[in-house]
Design a protein around this ligand. Structure first.
Ligand SMILES: Nc1ncnc2c1ncn2[C@@H]1O[C@H](COP(=O)(O)OP(=O)(O)OP(=O)(O)O)[C@@H](O)[C@H]1O
Ligand SMILES: [Mg+2]
Length: 154
């Protein structure tokens, strides 16, 4: 578990995570409304070298940002209907980095393996304090890779 004291620190964690991601990687962001998932994604975009400002894709479901090495596809599955075909929303997951807020139900449509990042609020530690924990699903995100990245984030 990583403690994130403020917005700036959240962006910094995202930047370091973004630098560790490569084409084909998928990240599922979990955590309650306003936890900081979009804020973390801004950092991920910066870490990928993307200079365009990232905004929440809640109403458009998905946005693609062109990066110098790899594009970022940022999705928000919050308003997705259960029968919407998520495979159409991320057409080329092997060539991009995909980050999905509220993604737990749709990640299997993106690929076989993904990183789950859970952003939480921390009771009694001040309004801005958040926690982050990482968990891997599938072969690409084995314990070794998850632990290595986890160590790089702070
Ligand atoms: N440590 C922190 N990390 C991230 N955001 C923080 C932090 N402290 C305060 N905030 C504030 O919390 C809010 C987080 O909003 P953000 O849009 O990133 O959350 P979200 O998890 O994407 O929400 P949603 O579920 O609505 O998509 C922002 O207003 C931000 O300024
Ligand atoms: Mg959001």
């Amino acid at each position: 578990m990583i403690t994130v004291p403020d917005v700036e620190a959240m962006t910094g964690v995202g930047m370091r995570l973004g630098r560790a991601l490569r084409p084909g990687d998928a990240v599922c962001l979990e955590g309650p409304l306003g936890a900081g998932k979009t804020t973390l994604t801004r950092g991920i975009a910066a870490g990928l070298g993307i200079e365009t400002g990232v905004s929440s894709p809640t109403f458009v479901i998905s946005r693609r940002y062109r990066g110098p090495h790899v594009d970022l596809v940022h999705c928000d599955a919050y308003r997705l209907a259960p029968d919407d075909d998520f495979a159409d929303i991320v057409p080329d997951p092997d060539r991009v980095v995909t980050v999905v807020e509220w993604g737990s139900d749709v990640m299997p449509a993106v690929g076989d393996s993904w990183l789950v990042v859970t952003v939480g609020r921390s009771e009694g530690m001040g309004d801005d304090v958040r926690t982050i924990s990482l968990r891997g699903v599938g072969d690409e995100w084995d314990d070794e890779r998850v632990n290595r990245i986890s160590g790089d984030l702070t």
